[in-house]
Structure formats: C-alpha cells, structure tokens
Design a protein around this ligand. Structure first.
Ligand SMILES: NC(=O)c1ccc[n+]([C@@H]2O[C@H](COP(=O)([O-])OP(=O)(O)OC[C@H]3O[C@@H](n4cnc5c(N)ncnc54)[C@H](O)[C@@H]3O)[C@@H](O)[C@H]2O)c1
Ligand SMILES: [Zn+2]
Length: 671
C-alpha cells in the first residue's frame, strides 16, 4: 500500500468509526456489531502504527468514544474516565503480559480478573458517606450529571455503611439493565405497540439519560461497581478495594478472581465462557487488571486506556442454518411481525428454530431470500436474530422475500404509515388476534386485574361470539360462563365478581386498559392526572396534548386517532354505561401545596440543579401556576435553567418576560 492509499484508508476509517461512535453513544444505536466495530478499530490502529506521519490526537484510536448531551449539567471528571484496550485473542494477551514484564522487570505481580459487564460506565461521588453525584463517562474528560436518575437505582447506596470510608471519594462501575427487566420492558412495550428496545446495553444507556426520574425508577436498573478512586483510600490493591467497597454497601460482583499468571487467567476466561450466560446480566468478556496500585502507577495510561489492564472479549457464538420460510404474527395492536422459520440448529446450548425479523426494513437490510443460509446469534432477547446471510451458497433462481400484503389472520390489506417501519392490519375490531389481544391487555394484572380470564377462556368466549370487545365482558351472564369448559359454580362466580370489582379501578387504570396504542401505564397516569377525565382528553387537540410533559407527537397522534374512530367512542359509551371510572376522583392529597402562583403562567426551559424538568413543572403546578410551552406576551415568567436555548431567551427579552433562575423560583414559592 502506498502512502496516499494508506492516508485515504486511515481517513476513511476514522470517519466511519466517528460516525459509529456518535450513533452508539449519543443515539443508542448500533449501526454495526461490536465485533465489526472492533475489527475496524484494530485495522485503524495497525495502519496508524505503520504510518505515524498521519497521527492525529483526535483519532478514534486515541480518544474515548462518547460525548456529552445538552440535557444535563456538564461535570468535569476529577480523574479522566478511560476506555480499555481490547482483544479477542490469547496471543494478544501474551503480548500484554510481555509488556507488563518489560516495565516491572523481575518484580512479582498478580492479575485480578473481573467479568466485563456490558452496560454504561458510571462515576459515583460520595462526600461524607452520602452520594453527591452520578456522572456518565461522556467524552472521558466531561460527562453528564445524571444524579437524580442514579438515585433511583436500588443497588446504589445513598449513604454508606461502616465508618472508615474517605471523606470524599469516587467509585466507578457499570449501570446495567438485568435481562429479566429488559424482557419485561419489551413485553410491556409490545403490549402497547411500541418499538422494541434493541439490547440491554443500549436500553441502559438510554434510560440513564431520561428526563423523568420516575420512568428511570420503573426500569429497575442495577449498578455493579469495580473501581475505587481518591486520596487516602486505605487500600493498596484491587482485591482490597473490592472488599472495602462491599463493606461500604456497594454491589460488587463476587465473580472476580486473583490470578498468579497468564495460565490462571486463561482458566478464568474458559470458566466464564459458558458460565456468564447464567448471570442474568450481559457480559461481553473479562477485564484483566494488575492488582497492585503502585505497579499500576508505574505502568501508567495512554490517552485512551490504562496500560495496566486489558479486556478480553468473547466471540459471540454464531450458527449457520437454512431459512425455511417467513411467517407473520399479528399482535394486539395490529402490528405484523415477520418471523424466520429455520432448519433446527444448535446455538450456545439450545436448539434454535426461529429468529426475529422485526419488520420489512430488516428483511430488506439483510437482503433475505427464500432458501438462504443464514447466521444466527443470541443477544439479550430470547429469540435469536439473523446477523448474516451467506450469499455464496445461494441458489441462482432464489427469490427475494416479499412482505405479505394482506393480514394473514383476516385478509384485510395491510397499511404502513409514513416514516414507520411496521406494517399494521387496520381491522382493529374484526381481526381475531387483535380482538383477543385487546381483551388480554384489558384484563391483565396491571390493568383491570380480571386474572381468572386466561388466554384459553378468552379464546373460548371469542369462539362462541360472547366476547368481541372489552365491553362485552360486562354483559357476560352466569349461564353463559358455566357452559365453558373447566368452569364450575365457584369459578364462574369468582370471574363475575372480578369483572364487577374492576368497575372500581381508577380512571388512569381504565385509560391504560382500553388499549390506545403507545399509551402505557405511565403515559395513562400522566394524561389522567393532567386532564382529569376522558371527555377532556377527547377534546384536547394536538398542541394541548404535546404540552403535557413526556407526551410526544407519536402519543398525541395516536390519542387523536383513537377518538376519531366512531367505534372507540361507542365502546367508551358502553363502558361508561356499565359504570367504569372515566374521571379522576378528587383526592385531597393531590390538592395544591399553595396558591402562591395562582394566575401566573410559566415557560420552563433548560436543565436544573435540584429538579428534573418534569419535577420543576410539577412544582409550578403544585403552587397553582400554569405551564405553557412557548413564550408569548401572555407569559409571566421564563424559568431558565442551565443550557437554555438562545432563541427562547432572546424572545423573552424582546417581549419583556421576566426571566428567573431556579433560585429565584425557590424564593417565589418559599413560605
Ligand atoms: N456497535 C457499534 O456501533 C459500536 C460503536 C461504538 C462502540 N462500540 C463498542 O463499544 C466499545 C468501546 O466502548 P468503550 O470505550 O466503553 O470500551 P469497552 O466497553 O470495550 O471497555 C471499557 C468499558 O468497560 C466497562 N467495564 C465493564 N466491566 C468492567 C470492569 N470489570 N472493569 C473495568 N471496566 C469495565 C467500563 O464501562 C469501561 O468504560 C467498542 O469496543 C465496541 O465493542 C460499538
Ligand atoms: Zn387482520
């Protein structure tokens, strides 16, 4: 390769990797697999080494990938948060071992091996035993202050146990979404027709950067700690540090091990190759660290990673098999999901017969054809996914897969809205899986809690023509139910009683249960609290809806569409006639804290030190104030946080709107 070629390739690789980094860290989107990313980076490093004349301190090979957002206050790290060098091969580990020996000479040393947890790096600062800050890695030098969100993680102690912790120190670790939670959230999202979270890592990363801490809390994140930093720590090596951290109340995974040499490290790697699949959280390798802190200091860091540690990553197991055909599933919300049916094949200990295809875009992206040989991998999802198509084995006459045009269940022509990846069957009230799915959604524990109505009974009721929608449930009689298989007097009465009891469920629960697409539990609570009744929600226009905190365009449109449909209105009228709750019942605990802000309107913008954006809006309302979204001559105050948009500020200045800070606001509502 001549110089010019090398330069072009280096520039091209840098550009690509920068783009992947930006997508990965700022948009929670993996454009390519981690393996692919790592190979490209390895290639870049090799080229840069051969051509030092093209060195650039800004190259993705020498910078920590990631960045800071405008959504949170920016914090400068006291000690930079670095990345780790990584490898997939035992030879590279031997090289690493050699480099260590070169610096340390004949001096004895130990390795400490830990699992490499696949989440988001997090720095936690403790002052006088209390959590004082939680900051993301960001670009390594500066990160986002997400303390309010970190406080919701149960495994992060808000105050420490024991006595001997330093006055001011830092711990670092990984915020992760346990697989069980990841699956639960995806099941819930599927239930309301929302797109699936791609993988636990991206989900954890997206969650920790949410504006609403209540939503973060509902996601049950975990935090595993593995790093202690500060002055006068009272420990001299990693093993002692981990023990201390445990004593102080941090969650430290018990999976670490001291290793005397590389052979023991290799044993550790083999031990966890399969074992890590049982942990309930995702890991993507192991981290090998020098145990002793003084030796670490002598080894030092590069601009991107410590020289005293390296990550060994496991190759994801992949199996190749034949695609038999693609079938389609119709969900409760009418979303049609393609499923790949495969020749059974062994993959990481289980037999795989099916793989997710998500939507038509995915089929197109893969360029899938009938009879193709496909590579499947397992991630956090239970159903594996297709990651590769081996085109070299493709028969000449093979045909590409055309997405079905009509609903496989009711033959209605499918629709696909502009900008959406998913095809829908629009026959909401006549398509069997949609009808049954809506009833299942309605009766679930989190909704109306009519738990004796299981899938089998719903099927039977539907087949007999007794349940074609949720309102029909309230017209079921004893004589009808006793006819069903498996029902006796007692169970019939129990079911009818549960149906009767459901009429007492509060409005917010009913609103969730009626199954408006994208209206999950939290959104239903917000809408119910904000509007107070179904009639007010029905009357709200798009602007009014998106003014409600956390209600985005997608939800607003879906709500509007729901009420445009005559059949939805009919359904609600019937449910009302059966006595279900369609209004918030006045509750004293929700009355305003004061009426100091009565008649005053506020625009809230920017980030705040002591409130989330939602929290400060709630505070305005709790004191009788009104929140509006845009500055106009009618607005009394612009409540300005850090990083407020310049256009809002200049508009407020032009109109003479009073601009107040968080502190001014606190004063306004004090006493
Ligand atoms: N698919 C994509 O498009 C894409 C894009 C960018 C990055 N990535 C992936 O991310 C990697 C780069 O991310 P990175 O810089 O965070 O490196 P990394 O994730 O490979 O390793 C460093 C991180 O490991 C984490 N870690 C987990 N367990 C640890 C332990 N026991 N001790 C110390 N650290 C531990 C820490 O958060 C640390 O920041 C790439 O190698 C690639 O795999 C993928
Ligand atoms: Zn249909």
């Amino acid at each position: 390769m001549d110089k010019e070629q090398a330069r072009n390739e280096i520039l091209e690789l840098r550009q690509k990797l920068n783009y992947y980094n930006e997508q990965y860290y700022l948009h929670e989107n993996s454009v390519v697999s981690d393996r692919e990313f790592d190979s490209l980076l390895e290639k870049l490093i090799a080229l840069e080494k051969a051509h030092p004349e093209f060195d650039d301190p800004n190259s993705p090979s020498s910078r920590v990938g990631g960045g800071i957002t405008k959504e949170f206050p920016t914090v400068t790290h006291r000690y930079p948060m670095l990345s780790l060098g990584n490898t997939y091969s035992a030879e590279d580990l031997a090289d690493f071992d050699q480099r260590i020996r070169k610096t340390l000479g004949d001096e004895p040393f130990e390795y400490l091996c830990e699992l490499k947890f696949d989440g988001v790096a997090m720095s936690l600062r403790y002052e006088n035993g209390k959590l004082s800050a939680g900051v993301t890695r960001g670009n390594g030098t500066q990160g986002d202050d997400v303390t309010n969100n970190v406080r919701t993680i149960r495994t992060v102690p808000l105050s420490l146990s024991g006595q001997d912790f330093p006055e001011d120190f830092e711990v670092r670790g990984e915020v992760m979404l346990p697989l069980k939670e990841f699956r639960r959230i995806n099941a819930e999202r599927e239930d309301i027709g929302e797109a699936q979270l791609a993988n636990p890592r991206n989900a954890a990363s997206g969650t920790i950067k949410m504006q609403d801490s209540k939503v973060v809390a509902s996601r049950n994140l975990d935090c595993y700690l593995y790093y202690l930093l500060g002055e006068n720590l009272g420990v001299g090596n990693q093993a002692e540090a981990l023990e201390k951290m445990k004593e102080w109340g941090f969650f430290v995974s018990p999976t670490y091990r001291l290793c005397a040499n590389l052979d023991e490290v290799m044993e550790y790697i083999e031990h966890w190759r399969e074992g890590r699949n049982e942990l309930g959280v995702e890991t993507d390798g192991i981290v090998i660290k020098i145990n002793d802190f003084k030796q670490r200091e002598r080894l030092g860091n590069t601009s991107k990673s410590p020289r005293w540690a390296i990550a060994y990553k496991y190759e994801t197991e992949r199996a190749y098999t034949k695609l038999k055909n693609v079938t389609y599933q119709v969900g409760r919300t009418g979303a049609v999901t393609p499923v790949a049916n495969l020749e059974p094949v062994d993959l990481a200990g289980t037999v795989v017969k099916r793989a997710s295809l998500y939507n038509a875009n995915e089929i197109e992206r893969l360029g899938l054809r009938k009879g193709d040989t496909v590579g499947v991998e397992k991630g956090g999802e239970i159903i594996p996914k297709i990651v590769d198509v081996a085109t070299e084995n493709r028969p000449d006459e093979s045909k590409s897969i055309a997405f079905v045009e009509n609903c496989p269940e009711c033959d209605t022509k499918l629709i696909r809205k502009e900008g959406e990846a998913v095809h829908y069957c629009p026959n909401e009230t006549g398509c069997p899986p949609q009808i049954k799915g809506k009833i299942e959604h309605f009766v679930q524990r989190q909704a109306m809690n009519i738990m004796s109505l299981g899938t089998r009974t719903i099927n039977a009721l539907f087949n007999k023509g007794l349940a074609n929608n949720i309102a029909d449930l309230y017209e079921l009689t004893y004589d009808q139910v006793i006819e069903l298989e498996g029902f006796k007097e007692k169970s019939v009465n129990k079911l009818l009683q549960a149906i009767e009891d459901s009429k007492k469920k509060p409005f917010e629960t009913v609103l969730f249960a009626i199954g408006i697409r994208f209206v999950g539990k939290t959104v239903a609570e917000k809408l119910a609290r904000h509007f107070g009744s179904i009639d007010k929600i029905e009357q709200a226009d798009f602007e009014t809806l998106i003014d409600v905190p956390e209600i985005g365009e997608q939800i607003a449109n879906s709500v509007i569409e729901f009420f445009k449909n005559e059949k939805s209105k009919e359904l609600i009228e019937r449910l009302k006639s059966h006595g279900l709750q369609f209004e918030v019942v006045a509750d004293d605990s929700q009355s305003p804290a004061s009426n100091q802000l009565d008649g005053l309107s506020f625009v809230v913008s920017g980030v705040f030190a002591n409130f989330s954006r939602d929290g400060i809006k709630d505070a305005v309302k709790a004191h009788g104030g009104k929140i509006v979204s845009a500055i106009s001559s009618k607005v009394d105050y612009l409540l300005a946080g850090e990083k407020i948009g310049p256009s809002k500020l200049s508009k407020a200045e032009k109109l003479g709107t009073k601009i107040i800070s968080e502190e001014d606001f606190a004063e306004l509502i004090s006493d």
